[in-house]
Design a protein around this ligand. Structure first.
Ligand code: IMP
Length: 174
């Protein structure tokens, strides 16, 4: 059964594109010897593809999939690796590319397991952050937009696997 929710645009497609371009400039400045992007599936796939196209030629990328157990709109912090990286990251300048940092539990887990593989640098880029929801103080070097405690969809983010394809970020049930 299809359920339709009322949706309001929170961040327009143009504003996202402008911000992604400026984040790429910051990332390029901080990674003069190139960067290895680790895309956290599925939510970060559009952010990754836009970001990667604004970065220079010495950029490589890989994919990882994790699942946070919990209800569809709340994270429980229990994380399972569903798909691991295809190649080692030892000695590399790695950037985790994530859709959103909410409580910070998923990202903390990811940073811990990737740090244990001895990259030269491990930094994180999140398109969105909900600072008021944080349960753990996680370091995120590049944040696209800080938003209020609202459940958002679009630009890769889903509700029950829907709405990932929207070019903007919308608030559902608002
Ligand atoms: P955290 O562990 O609480 O920081 O949750 C991170 C994960 O929860 C993200 O990678 C998303 O998959 C999901 N998530 C948190 N907030 C939202 C939201 O507003 N919309 C869609 N997914 C969200």
């Amino acid at each position: 059964m299809l359920v339709y929710f009322a949706m309001n645009v929170l961040i327009s497609a143009d504003d996202i594109q402008d911000r992604v371009r400026s984040l790429a400039k910051e990332i390029e400045r901080d990674h003069t010897e190139g960067v290895h992007l680790v895309c956290v599936l599925k939510g970060a796939f559009i952010f990754l593809s836009d970001l990667a196209r604004h970065l220079p030629g010495n950029t490589t990328l890989d994919f990882m999939a994790v699942s946070s157990y919990g209800t569809s709109t709340k994270s429980s912090g229990q994380v399972q690796v569903l798909k691991d990286l295809g190649s080692p990251i030892e000695g590399r300048d790695v950037l985790i590319v994530e859709d959103i940092v909410d409580t910070g539990l998923t990202l903390t887990y990811l940073q811990d397991i990737l740090r244990a593989r001895s990259p030269r640098h491990l930094r994180t880029a999140c398109l969105l952050s909900k600072p008021s929801r944080r349960k753990i103080d996680v370091k995120v070097e590049y944040v696209g937009f800080s938003i209020e405690d609202k459940f958002v969809v679009g630009y890769g983010l889903d509700y029950a696997e829907q709405y990932r394809n929207l070019p903007h970020i919308a608030v559902i049930g608002d």
